[in-house]
Structures are given as C-alpha cells and as structure tokens.
Design a protein around this ligand. Structure first.
Ligand SMILES: Nc1ncnc2c1ncn2[C@@H]1O[C@H](COP(=O)(O)OP(=O)(O)OP(=O)(O)O)[C@@H](O)[C@H]1O
Ligand SMILES: [Mg+2]
Length: 278
C-alpha cells in the first residue's frame, strides 16, 4: 500500500532539492555536548564533548551501552534539558534549548492518557494548526499499517506496552518537523512485528528521506537502516567510532547475510563488548 504523506512528502521534495545543493548545512548538529548530573553529593558526567551530524535526508543511528547518555542527548536536542557546554544546530541555526523543533519519539511512549489512540496520533497535526479531516485519512492508514485497527478509540492505559510504543511511533511520524529523533522505537516489539515496522520505516524513509536520528541497541537494525552509525562509549559518552554504512539503497533484508554486513556487525558488537567490560 502506498501511503500519502502530506505535508511530509512535500517537505521530502524540498529536502531532496536541498540534498542536491552542495551548500546545505546539516539538518542537525550536536557540537561538543557536555552534561553532568548531581547524584547525591557526587557529580556524574554523562556526556563528554559529544559531537554528531545528521545531513539533510540522512538516516543516522546511535548505538551505545545502557546508561551511557543517549536519551540525555535526545533531551538536550529536544530542548528539554540544558547542556553544560556545547550547542545544537539545525539547518545552520543555533537552536540550543528550543522546544518543538524535532519530531520526537521518547524512550517511554509518553502518550496523553486522556486522549484515544487516534487523538494521540492526530495531536501533532492539531498542534501544527492543520485540519483534522485532512489528517484523518492518513492517520487511519498508518494505524492500519501499525496493526492498531480496532483500537482507534482505546485509551493508552488499556494497551500493551508494544501497542503504546507503536502509537507513539505513529505520533512521531505525523509530526511535521523535518528531523525525527527516535529513541529505541521498536524495543518493546516481538521480533516479527519489529521487523515489519523496520521494513515500513525503511520504505517510507527511502521514499521521502526525512532526516532521522535513531537510538537502538540492535546492531543489525542500525546497519540495515542507516547511512551512518555512531558507536558511543560507556558513560561519560563520547563517539568511539563513526561508521559509514556502504550498502546501496533501496536495501532488502537479504543484505543481513552479506559478508560485508556480517563483518561490520561483528566489528560493532566487538566494540560494544569491550566497552561494557570497562
Ligand atoms: N534527570 C536526571 N538526573 C540525574 N541523573 C540522570 C538524569 N537523567 C539521566 N541521568 C543519568 O544519566 C545517565 C545516562 O542516562 P540515559 O537515560 O541518557 O542513558 P541511555 O544511554 O539512554 O541508557 P539506555 O540505553 O538504558 O536507555 C544515567 O546514569 C542516568 O541515571
Ligand atoms: Mg535511553
């Protein structure tokens, strides 16, 4: 099924035009981000001068040990937490501390409990001042794709964790901002549903090329979907390695058995194992 993506498809075209322009600034840039938290009397450094870049229309993943500071980085990008040092730039503008600039799917689904599935999914369009009628057809198609048909009028507390996660994913997809930040979007799903949702996101992304930054613990998922993978150290997080993923697009599942794919996968898992031993 072909999904219409207004107004995102429209943005996707602008996007493609900008991609063709050699002078386009990065869609998103984190520059030398530092962050510490106070834990009782101790100061715990979480981010240690972390920098990363998402070019317009790029799919970028972040992999790093649990507790290394990945979600904290997203809070800083989303303007929910202030960094101690460094800055966030979008399309060449310093947006440090500004909210509402990204389509954001947090690690915890954070749905509005008083809104139904459908109304949670429609919220970003409402906030953007678009007509409910226009957004309804698209929302229904996406609800179907996410396997949530029949639950449109259900409230979040009556859903399973995986269903809440899929609803939060749809809400991020319905957000009109060009940069999407997805914090472990498929972590609560069983393997089959996860692979369906990955395929769907990959198809949509390959068609429309929004700029995506995704946190995942799933190395295969990161390599299948991304142009670039940032491997982070344990806390305090910094970039251990930036890996450019060489496989052509559109990508098919069979690349996961390609020797080059397997070699990259074992390289990353080796790095992660070593980090976790530290
Ligand atoms: N508001 C806060 N106050 C104090 N400490 C915090 C706060 N937010 C995060 N931390 C600490 O910062 C560290 C990094 O947390 P964060 O949630 O960013 O890790 P993560 O890499 O996303 O981990 P996971 O992969 O398990 O989701 C943890 O030690 C956490 O306890
Ligand atoms: Mg996290």
């Amino acid at each position: 099924m072909k999904t219409e993506l207004h107004p995102i498809s429209h943005q996707g075209r602008n996007h493609q035009e900008r991609l063709n322009s050699p002078s386009s600034p990065p869609a998103l840039e984190a520059r030398e981000i530092y962050k510490s938290f106070r834990d009782r009397k101790q100061e715990v450094r979480v981010l240690n001068g972390l920098s990363l870049t998402v070019q317009p229309g790029q799919f970028v993943s972040i992999i790093g040990p649990s507790g290394s500071g990945k979600s904290t980085l997203f809070h800083i990008i989303g303007g929910l937490t202030a960094p101690d040092g460094g800055s966030i730039h979008m399309s060449g503008t310093d947006v440090t501390g500004q909210k509402g600039r990204i389509a954001y799917m947090p690690q915890q689904p954070a749905l509005f409990p008083w809104r139904t599935v459908l109304d949670n999914v429609l919220l970003p369009r409402e906030l953007a001042g678009m007509s409910r009628e226009q957004a309804l057809t698209e929302a229904h198609e996406w609800i179907e794709r996410a396997g949530l048909t029949g639950f449109e009028q259900a409230y979040p507390h009556t859903l399973s964790g995986g269903m809440q996660q899929r609803t939060a994913f749809l809400r991020a997809m319905m957000s009109p901002q060009e940069v999407m930040c997805l914090d472990e979007p498929f972590s609560a799903l069983d393997a089959l549903t996860r692979s369906d949702m990955q395929r769907w996101l990959l198809d949509l992304w390959e068609e429309h090329r929004r700029s995506v930054l995704m946190i995942t613990h799933h190395i295969e998922e990161a390599l299948l979907m991304s142009d670039t993978v940032y491997v982070l150290s344990s806390r305090p997080a910094q970039v251990l390695q930036q890996i450019e993923v060489p496989f052509p697009r559109p990508r098919r599942e069979k690349i996961v058995s390609d020797p080059e794919f397997l070699a990259l996968k074992s390289k990353i898992s080796g790095m992660m194992r070593e980090e976790m031993r530290k």
